[in-house]
Design a protein around this ligand. Structure first.
Ligand code: NBP
Length: 477
């Protein structure tokens, strides 16, 4: 075979990745269960590079140079297993299967182990950037063996997005499921970023009394500062869009029920398993869930709320500046939580993930790409063992400067009855970490009272229990 890479699964993502490889000078074997898609790709885009159309798994495998590199871009879940079962028997020692779908990292760990035992490298690669990213340069998060990255990495570096300094947005994340784990947390952070932006929008709408077009201008101005990011940029685009059919702001004619595909939910489920508090991300997932409960919302419309107080023009402008501070502070906390989860996953599964590198490959191609990520890289470079991102000196200083506005904005939201679950949860997390003492001591006392669950003391070592039913004497257990 002559093809340096093969792509099987030619729906939007697979087709665009295959074209991206071909446009970068690689010979690409293409295959799809339904052969008409394969022929359509070659017919439509054949002049973009060198494609080898394969109509059977055997033809596909024969088209690849050795060691073979075969990328699977089919629907995540059972279809991925079916395709692996179909191709693995045709492969030989040292060949590499890459799964670029949105697999759950536990599935990736299982598949990697099974294939490793058969002498085949399995690379679970998180790919972010949607169909545009797949074509013009995604952010790629490959897991798997270091050996497989040595053969595959240079090709991925060619097709990946390039950050502003020219660095490709791909790095070897770590063994087995590390890549898909990091992609999962990326999506969790994406949910939080989007929810925080949505809450900022709602406050500008309800408290400042701004129109969607005016709020679009506010986001545009924020986009030229420290919040500069893809999500802020597209927020301005969406808010300034006017519905052609009605002449109303687009955002006012869209049904307010947010949908999800599941990676945000996975982030929170896994965070619970790992014992990592990702409250900002969790609130973002729950906010989508609340929005989807049309029945509950319908039944609750009559419930009492506070009297709304619209701000005057000058007050509104000042408030808008405060919302920017709140958004930035909450964003730092959401990223702090996401990076804590990556660090906890890395420890649990022995992945040795470089957190600064992760931030640096998110600078281009992916949905959460932002100028801000450079700062996270610098924070981890300055102190690789940084226990919590917001304790980095420069982030801590920015939060210190933002915190009065942050608190005022959330207090205003509460008094005006505007729901801001992600703003509030991230501030509560910040205050919890800062606290000299937490009421967890009382919780421990209650647990010891009703369940003899024991407690530790601040003044000496050991495990203690108080005999609550009698003289309340303390015993060491
Ligand atoms: P889809 O997720 O819609 O999957 C469609 C592809 O899967 C088609 O090529 C289809 O073949 C193939 N397929 C299915 Br379904 N069952 C199969 C089976 N049993 N055997 C062989 N092939 C099978 O495609 P997509 O939206 O391009 O996404 C591909 C992957 O990339 C997914 O895992 C997705 O989660 C991930 N992803 C998507 C995005 C995005 O923005 N869409 C972004 C990042 C990652 P057929 O043509 O014969 O039906």
């Amino acid at each position: 075979g002559t093809a340096q890479i093969g792509v099987t699964g030619l729906a939007v993502m697979g087709r665009n990745l295959a074209r991206n490889f071909a446009r970068n000078g690689f010979t690409v074997a293409v295959h799809n269960r339904t052969a008409s898609r394969t022929d359509a790709l070659v017919k439509e885009f054949g002049d973009e590079g060198t494609f080898v159309a394969a109509h059977t798994p055997e033809e596909f495998v024969a088209a690849l140079e050795r060691p073979r590199r075969l990328m699977i871009m089919v629907k995540a879940g059972d279809p991925t297993d079916a395709v692996i079962q179909e191709f693995a028997p045709l492969l030989e020692d040292g060949d590499v299967i890459i799964d670029g779908g949105n697999a759950h990292f536990e599935d990736t760990r299982r598949r990697e182990k099974e294939l490793r035992e058969r002498g085949i490298h399995f690379v679970g690669a998180g790919i972010s950037g949607g169909e545009e990213g797949a074509l013009h340069g995604p952010s790629i998060m490959p897991g798997g063996s270091a050996e497989s990255y040595a053969s595959l990495g240079p090709m991925l570096e060619r097709i990946a997005a390039k950050a502003e300094d020219g660095a490709p947005c791909v790095t070897h994340i770590g063994p087995d499921g590390a890549g898909h784990f990091v992609k999962m947390v990326h999506n969790g952070i994406e949910y939080a970023d989007m929810q925080l932006i949505a809450e900022a929008y709602q406050l500008l709408r309800d408290v400042a009394g701004y129109s969607p077009a005016r709020i679009a201008d506010v986001f545009r101005s924020w986009n030229s500062g420290r919040l500069d990011s893809y999500l802020i940029e597209i927020t301005a685009e969406v808010l300034s869009h006017v519905d052609a059919a009605t002449g109303e702001p687009f955002v006012d004619v869209v049904l307010d029920r947010a949908e999800q595909k599941g990676t945000g939910r996975w982030t929170v489920q896994i965070a619970l398993d790992l014992g990592v508090p990702v409250s900002g991300i969790a609130e973002a997932v729950f906010a989508r869930s609340v929005s989807g409960h049309a029945d509950l919302r319908e039944a609750s419309r009559h419930l009492a709320g506070p009297t709304a107080h619209r701000l005057g023009e000058d007050e509104a402008a000042a408030f808008s500046d405060r919302v920017e501070q709140a958004l930035y502070a909450s964003k730092i906390v959401a990223y702090t939580q996401g990076f804590h989860q990556i660090s906890a996953g890395s420890e649990r599964y022995d992945w040795d993930i470089d957190l600064g590198r992760v931030a640096s490959i998110w600078r281009g191609g992916c949905i959460i790409r932002a100028a801000f990520l450079d700062r996270i890289t610098s924070a981890y470079e300055a102190r690789p063992g940084l226990p919590v991102l917001l304790s980095d000196k420069s982030f801590a200083e920015e939060i210190a400067a933002a915190q009065d506005d942050w608190r005022t904005v959330i207090a205003t939201a509460v008094t005006q009855g505007v729901p801001t679950p992600a703003f509030a949860a991230t501030l509560a997390y910040y205050d919890s970490l800062r606290a000299e003492r937490l009421p967890a001591a009382l919780t421990q006392g209650q647990r010891d009272y009703f369940g003899a669950h024991t407690y530790h003391r601040t003044d000496r070592d050991g495990t203690f229990h108080t005999l609550w039913g009698g003289e309340k004497n303390e015993v060491e257990s």
